[in-house]
Design a protein around this ligand. Structure first.
Ligand code: ADP
Ligand code: MG
Length: 320
């Protein structure tokens, strides 16, 4: 029995068994019965050691995050997650590492009834690619191109916490001894906003998940929709640790341009504000208005006195 045989066996019964999977791991391809009247929503994301996570991140956290960042993309589409594949490149078949990695992946897969239906296992520098598949009724998906002038802009949860944790970690030789406080967990254990994405079907005009900071990600919505945006800086929901530890401008910078928060940013047309209010309990997370969609282009951040604030750094030029 070679090492990859062990890996396949380890992943074979790791995740929930779904009735719509005719054939899962073990053949040359999986066979899935996509329910009639549903569209297949497909997305993929890669995590590379040293680029997307610190080399001594707990393997259980890596397993969780590899699936979480993919689930976040389905949340942003308003799709229900169902199936996943896992392409794993590992330097060696380290049994302890794989056990922990699989446990983190399995914990989140169980939470959302996602079945791992296949994958690939190769030797090389540590890299994890997950392809997530889900379902959404035709016409119900939340797309980036649905924002219109007059829409209000909302974000779920709080921003900047993951960025603060990342800043603390950057340059550290080891992170194994760091306390697993709220901020650290924001970074290594992001909670995909699946419930919010589903509840915002028929409510949001456009949606995106915030992986690169709300400034850049809202910029993608604006570009796809052919509109501009105004963010009222004082309304940004800032993470409590960031509020405690950073001055106001630094907090804005973290919330606007630091990545990895995995909250949702959505636009809501005025006539659907009542529907949003009705959907609030189903979101399972707070949602805060941060600005409005306007005619034009680019994302403009405004202080309370109406003056514009441009966060330092390269990203902003792109959206000016
Ligand atoms: P093939 O040579 O046909 O590509 P593999 O030997 O790569 O097949 O894989 C055998 C089976 O194990 C396939 O069903 C594949 O989807 C599954 N598999 C391989 N690696 C993984 C993994 N990391 N996670 C889940 N399933 C895997
Ligand atoms: Mg094959």
């Amino acid at each position: 029995v070679n090492e990859f045989e062990i890996i396949r066996r380890r992943f074979f019964e790791l995740t929930p068994r779904r009735h719509d999977v005719t054939l899962g791991i073990g053949d040359d391809a999986a066979l899935i019965d996509v329910p009639a009247g549903q569209q297949l929503a497909v997305s993929t994301d890669t995590l590379i050691e040293g680029v997307h996570f610190h080399p001594d991140t707990a393997p259980r956290d890596v397993g969780w995050k590899a699936l979480a960042v993919n689930l976040s993309d389905l949340a942003a589409m308003g799709a229900e997650p169902c199936w996943a594949t896992l392409a794993l490149t590992i330097p060696a078949a380290d049994d302890a590492w794989l056990t922990e990695f699989a446990a983190g992946f399995a914990e989140l897969a169980a939470q959302y009834n996602v079945q791992l239906v296949g994958g690939d296992t190769t030797r090389g520098p540590l890299s994890i690619t997950v392809q997530i598949m889900g379902q959404v009724p035709p016409g119900a998906a939340l797309r980036r191109d649905g924002a219109r002038p007059g829409d209000r802009i909302y974000v779920t949860g709080e921003l900047g916490g993951a960025g603060l944790a990342l800043r603390r970690i950057t340059g550290m030789d080891t992170i194994a001894a760091l306390p697993r406080n709220d901020c650290f967990l924001r970074l290594v254990r992001p909670a995909p906003r699946i419930a919010a994405g589903l509840a915002l079907r028929g409510v949001a005009g456009a949606a995106i998940d915030i992986s690169d900071g709300v400034l850049g990600d809202l910029g993608h919505v604006c570009a796809a929709s052919g509109v501009g945006a105004r963010i009222a800086l004082d309304t940004l929901p800032i993470d409590s640790d960031v509020r405690k530890e950073c001055n106001r401008q630094d907090a804005w910078d973290l919330a606007l341009t630091a990545g990895d928060d995995y909250e949702l940013c959505v636009t809501v047309p005025p006539e659907r504000e009542a529907a949003l209010q009705a959907a609030l309990p189903a979101l399972q997370i707070g949602i805060a208005p941060i600005g409005e969609i306007v005619a034009g282009s680019g994302v403009h951040c405004l202080r309370q006195d109406g003056s514009e604030y441009a966060p330092p750094g390269g990203a902003f030029r792109h959206f000016d």
